[in-house]
Design a protein around this ligand. Structure first.
Ligand SMILES: Cc1cc2nc3c(=O)[nH]c(=O)nc-3n(C[C@H](O)[C@H](O)[C@H](O)COP(=O)(O)OP(=O)(O)OC[C@H]3O[C@@H](n4cnc5c(N)ncnc54)[C@H](O)[C@@H]3O)c2cc1C
Length: 381
């Protein structure tokens, strides 16, 4: 008897909560329809979980399969904005109904923050993929690129812009120990090299680059670091040993310096200027979709990051914002938002820029409507 009363109570509570969330969704959708420009009706751009296209629309721009699980938090609504008034309506109605907004442009956020939240709050996505025009004005030397425009993935670890003969001469002068020969090189046009690095088979027409579907997707984890002192050969040997010990480790070094160092670290939010020799991207990819595999590889990449501590920047250990990494701090946007934000904010922006960003944020978004786990907090939040 006791059990059935409890079951009844739970049933009533869950019915009530779904009715409440249902009415919020209805109210929100009504507000969107009222606010959007009537010449560009928004109704056909709204996807709730009951819509058969909802999973496809959601998954189309999930680039990291770690966040394509049944357990991954899902939005209660996706708005595939076609017109600027759809975005305006989403912001106004989202604020009115105190809902959490996620904006997704290309969906490449390494931690999936454009299409999920780790906060248990109901959220909706404004998906920008339809807004992807590119306008280049040669005379004015300007280019306007809408947020939904994407690039193909292109990483060039061994790309040389020139012919094989020059490259071999150059490398044999400075690095004769490599023994590079012309037969080791493949000559191609730059655009063909984009196809090559994206994984297309040789001979694929360049129009293949217009496809917005990635060649392959898998789960992965990324972290970043900055190198400020030269790493010796012995230290590199230590690093290589650790990489062999932990599976699938990839470390990409991007050289810094040159023009980047001439710009003051306070000129823009990006502070990693003079004094940096290189940025490191740690990347671990895996295929197995099980939780065990995920935990194993996450653990490996964190261990690799620990091993690298002596060779990288300190106080703060700097990090690159584009390589989003929730390991370096999360903000719950409660009473301690400012100090929680300092943890990742100093790494991404350094102290002075973080303070300035907080002051701008407090002025332009005092209610902290635009937020995520690593956004800039307001002073009042
Ligand atoms: C395969 C791959 C390759 C990459 N290569 C590089 C690289 O070579 N160099 C590099 O620097 N980075 C690289 N990145 C990282 C990438 O630059 C960042 O993740 C970047 O933020 C992606 O932009 P997006 O629009 O695709 O991301 P999204 O996931 O759509 O958005 C990223 C963040 O910005 C917010 N956002 C999106 N659109 C808007 C908007 N219109 N207004 C306000 N906020 C918005 C989102 O809510 C989210 O918090 C790569 C990522 C991937 C997955």
């Amino acid at each position: 008897m006791q059990t059935s009363i409890l079951t009844l109570l739970l049933l009533l509570l869950s019915t009530q909560s779904s009715a409440t969330s249902g009415s919020i969704t209805d109210r929100f959708i009504q507000c969107l329809q009222d606010r959007a420009d009537p010449s560009f009706p928004i109704t056909g751009e709204l996807y709730t979980p009951g819509n058969s296209s909802f999973p496809t629309v959601l998954q189309n721009y999930i680039r990291n399969l770690r966040f394509n699980e049944t357990t991954t938090p899902k939005p209660f609504l996706i708005i595939t904005a076609e017109h600027v008034s759809h975005i305006q309506a989403a912001v106004v109605c989202g604020k009115q109904n105190r809902l959490l907004l996620k904006t997704r442009s290309g969906g490449h956020d390494y931690e999936g923050l454009s299409y999920l939240t780790n906060t248990n709050q109901p959220f909706f996505i404004v998906d920008m993929f339809n807004l992807r025009s590119v306008n280049v004005d040669i005379e004015q030397e300007t280019a306007w690129v809408q947020a939904g425009a994407t690039l193909v993935r292109a990483i060039f670890p061994t790309l040389y812009l020139g012919n094989s003969r020059n490259l071999v001469t150059l490398l044999n002068k400075d690095f004769p120990e490599l023994g590079l020969q012309e037969s080791d090189c493949t000559e191609m046009s730059w655009v063909e090299s984009v196809l090559y690095y994206t994984g297309f088979p040789s001979g694929t027409p360049t129009t293949a680059l217009l496809s917005r579907t990635p060649q392959r997707l898998n789960p992965f984890k990324i972290k970043s670091d900055y190198v400020q002192n030269p790493i010796s050969k012995r230290q590199f040997e230590f690093i290589f040993e650790r990489m062999k010990e932990l599976e699938n480790q990839m470390l990409a070094f991007n050289p810094y310096g040159g023009r980047m160092s001439e710009i003051s670290e306070f000129a823009k939010p990006f502070p990693h200027r003079s004094g940096n020799i290189a940025k490191i991207q740690y990347e671990v990819n895996w295929e197995d979709l099980s939780d065990e595999a995920e935990n194993r590889y996450l653990n490996f990449t964190r261990l690799m990051y620990d091993y690298m501590t002596p060779f990288v920047s300190k106080n703060p250990r700097e990090a690159f914002l584009n390589y989003r990494d929730l390991d370096i701090g999360i903000n719950s946007h409660g009473r301690n938002a400012y100090t929680e934000g300092m943890v990742y904010g100093h790494k991404y922006f350094k102290e002075t820029n973080y303070k300035r960003l907080v002051s701008v944020k407090t002025k332009v978004d005092p209610d902290n409507f635009f937020r995520n786990e690593q956004s800039i907090p307001t002073l009042s939040s």
